[in-house]
Ligand binder design. Structure first.
Ligand code: SF4
Length: 380
């Protein structure tokens, strides 16, 4: 425990000095007491960097067509069992306006598979209309695109972009994402940063073939890129994919621990308590002994370094078809108002509140080395 506490101190004061071995050691606390200490340290760092309140993002999953064929994903091009849908530009804007009437979200996240089926002009129009109608930030999560597309959408008003690299292990990436390359994906992230998007990335935890060293390297990549948003979600096997019979390798505890270590390494990032974590928390009830009053494992992540919740405001008729992994659709309520009410209750149970406003990155302007957040070893 003493050695682990010393490593935590080192991480707080000098995350740049952490080696792969250090991060592997942080990811494997020697006891439950050390695990709790890690989570608490990450929570305090989060409070220091991004404040006490929780950012609520509204997500619209507007198309489940995808030209990629990632082995783990229910939306992969090769999955013939998913009912495909593509919302019209009007319907996407309507969904955002409807959500805005229920709650004035500060950010709308427009997510889809990598769908080449929209004209660029239509996507530009959608971004412009949502910004005009809501005055909120718009985040895009639409996969790998050309420089010209990223640039045009930014000029249309898009503020942020999410593109998880999923794993930094080149061999594993090749096996799991055979229709693209790690170099291309990281190149897209560099392009987005260069254009000035607030850029988010992240990983899937527990992928078959992923080991501890691989996860440590993933987190170090996030540190070195200093992304404005970092997402850690557990892998959940989807029955209609080639990985459908693989066992679940991560659990609530390991996911929270990885989120907490990510917070140590990228202290100023916005980090979601992912829906996938909520889904595995429905069966893995261990976490209930840590927080008996909480209803959802996602809430515990908000005490271990995460500070963002995503609320699905996609029209209900499409939700079951955006099946990246099983169980996702049922993790959110069918009615937007109910979901918002439940989320506010959960956040209030943590003695926290929902942040008003857009919830931009605390780094100004976006980019590495521009933060003035103090890093002092005063957390123990
Ligand atoms: S992970 Fe993304 S890019 Fe890969 S198949 Fe699924 S939606 Fe498409």
């Amino acid at each position: 425990m003493i050695a682990y506490t010393a490593l935590l101190d080192k991480a707080i004061v000098n995350p740049e000095g952490l080696s792969t071995n250090d991060v592997m050691a942080l990811l494997t606390p020697p006891s439950l007491a050390a695990t709790r200490r890690l989570w608490q340290t990450a929570h305090l760092l989060r409070l220091d960097a991004t404040g006490k309140c929780i950012h609520l993002r509204a997500i619209i999953e507007f198309s489940n067509y995808c030209r990629q064929d990632c082995l783990y994903c229910g939306l992969r091009q090769g999955n013939r069992r998913v009912a495909r849908y593509r919302m019209t530009p009007d319907a996407i804007v309507e969904a955002a306006i409807k959500a805005h009437k229920a709650h004035q979200f500060g950010t709308y996240v427009l997510q889809s598979g990598e769908d080449p089926g929209y004209d660029l002009e239509d996507l530009e129009w959608v971004v412009q209309e949502i910004k005009l109608a809501t005055n909120a930030a718009v985040t895009l999560s639409i996969g790998e695109r050309s420089y010209g597309v990223y640039q045009a959408l930014q000029e249309a008003g898009a503020d942020r972009f999410l593109l998880k690299f999923e794993t930094s292990d080149g061999n594993l990436f090749r096996k799991l994402k055979p229709t693209t390359t790690l170099e291309q994906r990281l190149g897209c992230l560099d392009t987005l940063r260069g254009l000035g998007y607030q850029t988010g990335s992240g990983i899937i935890l527990g992928l078959p073939g992923q080991d501890l060293e691989s996860v440590a390297s993933d987190l170090l990549l996030c540190r070195d890129a200093d992304y404005e948003m970092v997402s850690i979600g557990p892998f959940i096997p989807h029955p209609d994919t080639p990985l459908g019979s693989v066992s679940l390798a991560s659990n609530v505890c390991s996911t929270l621990t990885t989120i907490a270590v990510a917070r140590l390494l990228v202290p100023n990032a916005h980090m979601p308590a992912t829906t996938a974590l909520g889904v595995i928390g429905q069966n893995d009830k261990w976490w209930k002994s840590e927080a008996p009053k909480l209803q959802d494992a996602r809430s515990l992540a908000l005490m271990a370094g995460a500070n963002v919740l995503m609320l699905d405001v996609t029209p209900a008729k499409y939700r079951a078809s955006y099946s990246i992994y099983p169980g996702k659709a049922s993790a959110d309520g069918d009615v937007i108002c109910d979901s918002i009410w439940q989320t506010k209750q959960d956040v209030s149970n943590l003695s926290m509140t929902i942040c008003p406003g857009r919830g931009d990155s605390p780094k100004q302007p976006w980019g590495r080395g521009s933060t003035d957040v103090k890093r002092e070893g005063h957390f123990h």
